[in-house]
Design a protein around this ligand. Structure first.
Ligand code: TZP
Ligand code: MG
Length: 218
């Protein structure tokens, strides 16, 4: 049984694929294990861009990461791959505006998992507000990011706040979030932060996750 969506899952949301594990001598499963032990509240498997795995290896990796999330009872979310999400019995699927149309994804997954959608403009949020079956939205990049080559323009704290105010759905911030700037996020009303490098490139994953949780502790 997939885990039902809860807004608390957005608090310390870790996103990664093989391509994001660069400098450390750890593998992605090892990094995820540390992140789970440190208290992340969700994990999204996003195998994308330069350095990402071939399709066959991606499926194997997804099963490994899925099992880890299950062990720690943390939701496993797949980025932009409905077939992989269904095959691994993921708890959620996340899609962007350029990915498969969200209405089609909602139909395909039915009640098997929750759906997240990236929205970077008020127009996109307005459409999400009218679409039944979306659980949360991801908005950004809040700050410049080195983790996504084709990232949209930075929206900043003011832009993020406007999106949160116009959204009926909980919002998780994304893009360039660090242990330093993360304290600027709660004033926008977001439910949490989603990060790649703050955890994947960290030399102290426990400290990074503890920081994320503390900033959004209510
Ligand atoms: N979408 C918008 S920015 C981004 C994605 C996937 C990358 C976020 O990575 P980082 O390292 O947390 O800036
Ligand atoms: Mg996408």
């Amino acid at each position: 049984m997939a885990m039902a969506f809860k807004v608390g899952m957005l608090r310390a949301y870790f996103i990664a694929g093989t391509q994001d594990i660069k400098k450390s001598n750890l593998t992605l499963p090892e990094v995820l294990t540390q992140a789970l032990q440190s208290g992340i509240t969700a994990f999204q498997y996003r195998e994308k861009g330069p350095g990402s795995l071939s399709e066959e290896k991606k499926v194997d990796m997804a099963h490994t990461l899925r099992k880890l999330c299950e062990t720690y009872k943390i939701p496993f979310i797949v980025d932009d791959d409905v077939d992989l999400a269904l095959e691994t019995a993921a708890d959620g699927i996340h899609v962007g505006q350029k990915d498969e149309r969200v209405t089609k994804v909602i139909q395909q997954v039915g009640t098997k998992m929750f759906v997240g959608l990236s929205c970077d403009t008020k127009e996109q949020v307005a459409i999400a507000n009218e679409t039944e079956g979306i659980s949360y939205i991801g908005s950004g990049p809040v700050y410049p990011t080195g983790s996504k080559a084709d990232a949209d323009p930075v929206i900043g704290i003011a832009g993020l706040k406007r999106l949160v105010q116009s959204s009926r759905l909980p919002v998780v911030a994304i893009g360039g979030i660090t242990e330093e700037n993360i304290s600027e996020l709660p004033q926008t009303g977001v439910a949490g932060a989603s990060v790649i490098s703050m955890i994947a490139q960290s030399n102290d994953i426990k400290r990074a996750v503890t920081r994320m949780r503390a900033v959004f502790e209510k």
